[in-house]
Design a protein around this ligand. Structure first.
Ligand code: SF4
Ligand code: SF4
Length: 371
């Protein structure tokens, strides 16, 4: 039986020599990766918003730098690009605060905003997907995600990182159209089918648990993982985080649709013994009750089964969440966002984009029974 390979290297901190060794080890295990001299390569880290590296929200620059250096060592010309969820953030601020400006200075890589060019429409697995043209005019995409929990998709790593290939405004439209978890999984599978990264290298040196992807706890997982199959890499990550096999919707669907391997028995893990790496105290994200009941039940009892944002005293009234609400369910009033509940599609973009950790997700009376 032929197996898909996922390489795992221990790496206890972001100290440079250790990261260089870990990235080098996973890359060597995956060779040949199909990238060579003269190739233009788009490296896609997770730059969700302009947060400092110590906050653990974005891919650490040490990991991005070592991936870039590895690719440059093969003679590739590297671009680093992403499209953050917060539409208000200035791209220069994004590069500086996440450490990508430093990576570019150190390695000579070019920084590109994936919001800077009009999206191209692609048909993929029966979906219409709008993607950055950079994904198609380079010779290869290399995904460098951060391992975190996620309120809608349960985990974000290799596959979910590719959502950032959809430029800003189109991303909001996607949240509107695919707002239930199972629909969003379909979109993610379609993006993966349209843009297969040659390799994915995940920063799980410090991972995020609980209320990810923006406000969870930091966990010293001490790992760098790599794979040519983003879904297989995510399946291994899900296992380490304590999810049951098949529990993470987009990973399961990627396997079912044949765009990745989700069956752990067909994934060969090299480098470390998987059973020794389980993240035993990892806190799972709170389940979205709407996802735990059949759609018709969720619709019928929508007055009682809901998860909605509540704006805490940490709110500064900056208005970022209002601008990033795809459903127009928020408006500013009295220095704080005000929610129109019937407009809320429960996408949690407000929580993701809030720079002040001021959004608390609250469950309706019946929803509390399911989470
Ligand atoms: S909840 Fe967050 S993003 Fe929204 S206005 Fe308050 S501080 Fe700004
Ligand atoms: S209020 Fe928040 S959860 Fe509701 S639709 Fe807007 S961004 Fe999504």
């Amino acid at each position: 039986m032929s197996c898909v390979r996922v390489a795992v290297a221990g790496c206890s901190s972001y100290e440079r020599k250790g990261v260089e060794n870990a990235v080098g080890m996973v890359m060597e295990e995956l060779e040949p990766i199909g990238i060579g001299s003269g190739d233009r390569v788009l490296v896609k880290p997770n730059l969700l918003s302009a947060r400092e590296r110590r906050e653990g929200v974005t891919t650490h620059p040490a990991v991005v730098a070592e991936v870039v250096k590895y690719l440059a060592g093969k003679g590739a010309k590297v671009l680093i690009g992403d499209s953050p969820c917060n539409r208000r953030v200035r791209v220069e601020e994004l590069w500086e605060r996440t450490g990508m400006a430093g990576v570019a200075r150190e390695t000579g890589a070019e920084l590109v905003s994936l919001d800077g060019r009009s999206a191209v429409k692609v048909g993929s697995l029966g979906e219409e997907v709008y993607l950055t043209p950079y994904a198609f005019d380079v010779d290869a995409v290399v995904s460098v995600p951060k391992l975190k929990t996620h309120g809608l998709t349960q985990l974000t790593c290799g596959v979910k990182n590719l959502f950032g290939l959809i430029p800003g405004y189109a991303k909001l439209e996607c949240h509107k159209k695919y707002h239930r978890g199972k629909d969003f999984s379909r979109l993610l599978a379609a993006v993966l089918a349209a843009v297969r990264p040659k390799v994915t290298v995940a920063d799980a040196i410090v991972a995020m648990d609980g209320a990810g992807p923006s406000h969870g706890g930091l966990v010293n997982a001490g790992l760098v993982l790599g794979g040519k199959d983003a879904a297989a890499l995510d399946a291994v990550c899900a296992h380490l985080m304590g999810f049951k096999e098949g529990e993470v919707g987009h990973v399961r669907l990627a396997g079912k649709l044949g765009v990745g391997e989700a069956d752990l028995s067909r994934i060969e893990v090299v480098g470390e013994e998987l059973s020794r790496l389980l993240l035993k105290s990892f806190k799972r994200p709170k389940a979205n009750a709407q996802e735990l009941v059949p759609e018709f039940v969720a619709k019928l009892f929508h007055r009682f089964i809901w998860v909605r944002p509540h704006f805490t005293e940490r709110c500064t009234g900056c208005g970022v969440c209002v601008e990033n609400c795809p459903a127009g369910a928020l408006k500013m009033g009295d220095g704080k966002p005000m929610l129109t509940p019937k407009e809320c599609i429960e996408c949690f973009c407000c929580d993701e984009s809030c720079p002040h950790d001021a959004v608390e997700l609250r469950h309706g009376p019946l929803a509390r029974f399911f989470v």
